[in-house]
Write a protein that binds this ligand. Structure first.
Ligand SMILES: Cc1ncc(COP(=O)(O)O)c(C=O)c1O
Length: 416
């Protein structure tokens, strides 16, 4: 007899479809899209335009072509089994030296690095304090960790960190006497808002409140790698506070035109991760082509060849900012610009981000509407990312399109 579904619970597929329909009603349903390659990129994280640069391609292809024929292209296994190589270890040493870190450990992605480190390093009962805008992968790692408490502090707020830390200290004598560890987890540049974290001010808070030295910084430099700091070494090195960081994470899928991530840390921590970080242990290691592409990018950084791209990017950031400041807005159309002065990530905040993004895409400019749950409710925006390979003319075209959209939105609002 056929099953009777007339008054039964929804099937799995019906539940999945209902969840999608709910997202649709909130204009928050995610879709995969392919935009034409001829369109102007104001969206990707390829901040230095390395992925299309001739210097990068030539270096990468030379490394591939010079590989001895016996050298396997695939890693063949987990790092702990057949996936390790002298090449991978040399690359780790090269990257550690570049970042003035004691050691480096390669993960397959920034996501894997954050999950692997944050899930394993905090010991049972430890405390994690994290910025409210920290990346989803850090949340995933913290969720899996054995920490006794995970407390959020207001975004990039040293007084906010102070308050949360003080209340943890008041509640727990083990923190006060230094026997319980406290991790402070931040990004150096935030992926959606593009602002740079006040790392020195955070250090001061931790120095004041944890004089026993049981406060440990964890800084994710995903968006700063290649873009900020000496030769693109990141914000931490720009500030000269590398020795105060317990863990730094640099990812290669953004400005470095590659894939994977390095965790910079001390030798004992590295060894611990090799033993306990499950996202490192239970996955096939990156194969030689990926290692070579990371090597190519770091050789360009170390030789100073990307410094002119960093400089060019800053010129374009200033140009876009000037043009955006010249926009004519009206109170009837919600429109605000969120921009940290030197950041290549700019938010055009509006209550109609999909419409604004579509208007720009129709004119051949790739920008994306960013909606909750990727960002908090009422923080909808169009995210604009600048690249060293953009031109002033492209920026002027984008800003003209935004102005036309604002004028049309204003006319529509006036008719209502
Ligand atoms: C701050 C931050 N950390 C980690 C990641 C993940 O890095 P990956 O893309 O290498 O997995 C991202 C990427 O979106 C990110 O923005």
């Amino acid at each position: 007899m056929a099953p009777d579904h007339t008054c039964s619970a929804p099937t799995l597929v019906e539940s999945l479809s209902a969840a999608l329909a709910l997202r649709e009603t909130k204009s928050a349903r995610r879709r995969l899209t392919v935009l034409p390659r001829t369109a102007v990129d104001f969206s990707s994280n390829d901040f230095l335009s390395l992925s299309t640069s001739r210097a990068y391609r030539e270096k990468f292809l030379a490394l591939l072509n010079n590989t001895p024929p016996s050298f396997p292209f695939a890693s063949g296994g987990s790092r702990l089994l057949d996936g390790n190589s002298a090449y991978a270890e040399e690359l780790e040493n090269f990257v550690a030296d570049f970042h003035q870190a004691p050691t480096a450990l390669l993960f397959n992605s920034g996501y894997d690095a954050n999950v692997g480190v944050l899930s394993s390093i905090p010991q049972p009962g430890d405390v994690i304090l994290y910025d409210e805008l920290i990346h989803a992968s850090a949340h995933e790692g913290m969720r899996l960790s054995r920490a006794g408490a995970r407390k959020m502090f207001p975004h990039s707020s040293p007084p906010g960190l102070r308050e949360v830390l003080q209340s943890q200290i008041a509640a727990d004598p083990a923190i006060r006497n230094g026997s319980r560890n406290v991790f402070v987890v931040v990004e150096s540049i935030y992926s959606m808002d593009g602002d740079v974290a006040p790392i020195k001010e955070f250090i001061k808070v931790v120095d004041d409140l944890l004089p026993a030295g049981n406060g440990y910084f964890y800084v994710d430099e995903a968006h700063a790698t290649g873009v900020f700091g000496p030769k693109g070494a990141g914000v931490v090195q720009e500030l000269g506070v590398q020795n105060r960081m317990f863990i730094r994470v640099h990812t290669f899928g953004k400005a470095l035109a590659s894939h994977g991530a390095m965790v910079l840390c001390g030798p004992e921590t590295r060894d611990y991760l090799i033993n306990y970080a499950r996202s490192l242990i239970y996955t096939t290691a990156l194969g030689y082509p990926f290692l070579a592409s990371i090597r190519a990018a770091y050789e360009l950084l170390a030789s100073g060849e990307t410094t002119s791209l960093q400089y060019r990017l800053q010129q374009l950031i200033r140009h876009l900012r000037q043009r955006l400041d010249g926009l004519h807005t009206r109170p009837s159309v919600m429109f605000e610009i969120d921009h940290f002065p030197t950041s290549p990530i700019i938010s055009l905040r509006t209550s109609q981000p999909r419409q604004l993004a579509s208007a720009c895409q129709e004119k051949g400019f790739i920008v994306r509407a960013i909606m909750p749950p990727t960002i908090p409710e009422r923080k909808e925006r169009v995210r604009v990312c600048l690249h060293a390979g953009n031109t002033e003319a492209e920026i002027d075209g984008l800003v003209r399109t935004v102005q036309v959209w604002l004028d049309e939105s204003q006319r529509k609002a006036a008719k209502l």
